[in-house]
Design a protein around this ligand. Structure first.
Ligand code: IMP
Length: 430
């Protein structure tokens, strides 16, 4: 059962790229299974920082094969630009190192224009999407009218399909939203240019991965976004349009249910969110300022994809327990513990209160969260800078107590704690 799945347990941006990077040293294949270039994963190795949106983070290692599964929606322009950028940073990107599923769907400029038109039309009830065309591309997929990567294999029929697709979406943009569509001929020609670049990378990813498993290879499935942004299990409608949860890895890669060994949940030591939607433990003022950072550092809480300041707050164990249940977590990785250094006290939400009742679990999952008020436990903080800690014993007692309390409240063992942005700034536990 050599498949490990890495999922975000919050609203994305948990530092999954960081954890994938650590675990990928023992993997043969790293595979993205959901989302698109709405994701942004940052991996720092020495003085090089890699910013990835579509290409699996594990490709930073020379020995891994990167795979983009059928569950991903691919903007070919972003993908080609990212491939080129990574080459300039010294990585080898060729069809022996990267495979793209023929069944993945494409995001086109028309989808992006439609995403923008839809968000404008939503007015004050906008979702706060990344405006990357994610929703419209998945809508087309479910409506059975999408463009698939495999269609790029035949340039003649692909040109016709791209023209048809762009006309169709333009029709919606202009007639339903009274907004401006995209240039049909230019868009189709651009898509055909990208098809020429991507053609050698297109594979039957399910076949490739199943053969790899049969050969005893180790696969790491790299999640994007997080559990609370899941279309089925998240804070609907303030969610993305895919399944970033663990089951999405199997569907999004064409793997059977029996092959999973571990499901690694990644959680920040606190909570963040970008875009609209409920956030019960959100903090403001000085606390928020300290959790977010000023934006001067790459690890400060500003979106990798959009640059938007993230909303920040205290860790929410009700939602973490929910994520553990939905994903069947076996292990936890806690990121950014170092950011909590210097707080006199640290709050942790272990229950909600609503209408005079106390809730350890939400009655209907994370809907109507506005009606629930967090009940906090207060834990002593620590003053020490912990970025140099590499062993459990090197963490201050108060930091250890914080982790131990988390473990106790979620009943999942913490295996990794990141204490800084560098690859080696991590405490590994048994
Ligand atoms: P969309 O995925 O662009 O449609 O955006 C839907 C919601 O998911 C918005 O609130 C986004 O801010 C959020 N979102 C999408 N991708 C990410 C991510 O990678 N990290 C954090 N939030 C995300």
């Amino acid at each position: 059962m050599p498949l490990d799945i890495i999922v975000g347990t919050q609203w994305g941006d948990e530092g999954k790229g960081r954890i994938v990077d650590l675990l990928a040293s023992n993997a043969d294949i790293v595979a993205r299974y959901s989302g698109g270039d709405n994701a942004g994963h940052t991996v720092t190795v020495g003085d090089r920082t890699f910013k990835l949106h579509l290409i699996p983070s594990g490709l930073v290692y020379p020995h891994t094969l990167g795979v983009i599964g059928n569950g991903v929606v691919i903007n070919p322009k972003t993908l080609c630009t990212e491939m080129e950028k990574l080459r300039q940073q010294g990585l080898i990107i060729n069809p022996d190192r990267l495979a793209i599923s023929h069944s993945a769907h494409l995001i086109t400029p028309a989808h992006i224009a439609l995403d923008q038109a839809q968000e404008s039309a939503r007015g004050s009830s906008k979702i706060g999407t990344t405006l990357r065309g994610i929703g419209p591309a998945y809508t087309d997929k479910i409506a059975r009218s999408g463009l698939r990567v495999g269609e790029m294999l035949d340039s003649k029929t692909f040109t016709e399909a791209a023209l048809r697709h762009t006309h169709h979406i333009n029709h919606t943009i202009t007639n339903l939203f009274s907004a401006k569509g995209v240039d049909v001929i230019y868009t189709a020609a651009e898509l055909c240019d990208y098809a020429d670049i991507l053609r050698p990378y297109i594979k039957d990813v399910s076949l490739l991965l199943n053969q790899a498993l049969a050969d005893g290879k180790k696969i790491l499935a790299e999640g994007a976004q997080g559990t609370l942004l899941d279309i089925d299990h998240g804070t609907y409608p303030y969610v993305t349009s895919s399944n970033p949860t663990a089951a999405g890895a199997l569907v999004g890669l064409g793997l059977g249910v029996g092959c999973t060994e571990r499901v690694f949940g990644v959680t920040k030591a606190f909570q963040t969110r970008v875009g609209e939607g409920p956030f019960p433990t959100e903090a403001f003022g000085n606390i928020a300022f300290r959790l977010r950072g000023t934006g001067a550092n790459p690890w400060d809480e500003y979106g990798t994809t959009t640059g938007r300041p993230r909303r920040v707050g205290w860790l929410d164990m009700v939602l973490l327990r929910y994520a553990a249940r939905i994903n069947g977590l076996t292990d936890l990785a806690v990121t950014k513990l170092d950011i909590l250094s210097g707080f006199k006290t640290i709050m942790i939400c272990n229950a909600y209160r609503s209408g005079g009742n106390s809730y350890q679990e939400l009655p209907y999952g994370p809907v109507n969260l506005e009606d629930f008020n967090p009940v906090y436990e207060e834990l002593p903080g620590w003053e020490e800078d912990i970025r140099h800690a590499r062993h459990w014993e090197e963490l201050p007692q108060a930091a250890r107590n914080y982790i131990l309390r988390m473990e106790e409240l979620v009943s999942i063992p913490v295996r990794l704690i990141s204490v800084g942005p560098e690859r080696e700034q991590v405490v590994e536990l048994g």
